[in-house]
Write a protein of this length. Structure first.
Length: 316
């Protein structure tokens, strides 16, 4: 499978691709729009896009792009997110001592840092680069451990690590994955620096066509975009349909009304397969209370929902 994602190898999006589509071909893009365009243009088969995180909330840019993309959601995947603070290896330890064998050089590079080395490195950092979501997820760590360092946003976590990997400056650090540190020869100062232990990102898999009716055999999620009239109780009447039919609503987002969306517009996830023929009366009733609606996708619920993480409930 050909899969687009935002970022480069070593990013969490790359990990999501490799976990969901093992053995696939993964093409990274600088922006979310570029990754979605690659699917629309037929350059790839799917896009793997992050939509929300248990610590920092929704990825607003993605939610704004989804309604305009014309793509369908065909899957979801959850990735536990563990961030590392890292600096360029060259800046930290310089060149290896002379007359070392290759084996000794590898051992020297991978040897654990002493507490004194970590303290010295932390005290020298004046700037930390990473994706805005990663910086947000590590805000408390930075305030407690790097009070004099400024945060600089970068388009990708792994990209931030790669960009400074050859630097000799010890005052610039990056926040990225352990995979990125290994790939780009970075020295990890501290692992698991995310502020919340069960930090998890939900990714959506998007394609040009929706899943065929009957393709889902287990628990399902349906994502629906809908508009309501500017009338009191309009939203209540729409959502009350789910309550009366015992359908669990797992997510609700709102879009600001404006020239692009003059009516109140909402995005909802429900624990049901709305393409199931048995759901047609429910869907007809739901549509009757909306000004407009579009099913953005019906897809299998991830088996990683729940399991002690209240971020996403188990689909019915």
């Amino acid at each position: 499978m050909r899969v687009s994602y935002q970022g480069i190898k070593g990013s969490f999006s790359y990990r999501a691709c490799s976990e969901y589509f093992p053995g696939g071909y993964y093409q990274g893009y600088r922006g979310f729009q570029d990754a979605l365009n690659a699917v629309e243009n037929g350059d790839v088969d799917f896009a793997m896009i992050p939509v929300e995180n248990s610590t920092s909330g929704r990825v607003m840019e993605v939610y704004n792009l989804l309604p305009e993309s014309g793509l369908f959601i065909v899957g979801e995947h959850m990735v536990p997110i563990h961030h590392c603070l890292m600096i360029p290896h060259k800046a930290f330890r310089g060149a290896p001592p002379e007359n070392m064998t290759t084996k000794d050089i590898v051992a020297w590079k991978e040897s654990d840092l002493s507490a004194e080395e970590v303290a010295a490195a932390l005290s020298s950092i004046r700037e930390v680069r990473s994706h805005p979501q990663a910086l947000s997820q590590c805000r408390k760590f930075m305030a407690d451990n790097l009070p004099r360092a400024s945060a600089k946003e970068y388009y990708d976590t792994a990209g931030a690590a790669r960009a400074i990997a050859n630097s000799m400056s010890p005052d610039i650090a990056a926040i990225a994955s352990e995979d990125a540190a290994d790939l780009y020869n970075m020295t990890i100062l501290q692992k698991n620096i995310e502020d919340v232990d069960m930090n998890t990102t939900r990714f959506l898999v998007l394609a040009r066509e929706s899943l065929a009716a009957g393709a889902i055999s287990g628990p399902a999620i349906s994502s629906i975009l809908f508009e309501t009239a500017h009338k009191p109780g309009a939203l209540f009447r729409v959502l009350n349909v789910f309550e009366r039919h015992n359908i669990d609503m797992t997510k609700l987002e709102t879009y600001m009304a404006g020239p692009a969306r003059p009516n109140p517009t909402f995005y909802v996830d429900v624990g049901a397969n709305m393409t199931d023929p048995a759901m047609k009366p429910v869907l007809d009733e739901f549509a009757g209370h909306t000004a407009a609606m579009r099913i953005m996708g019906c897809y299998p619920a991830s088996n990683l929902r729940g399991h002690g993480n209240p971020f996403l409930p188990v689909a019915a």
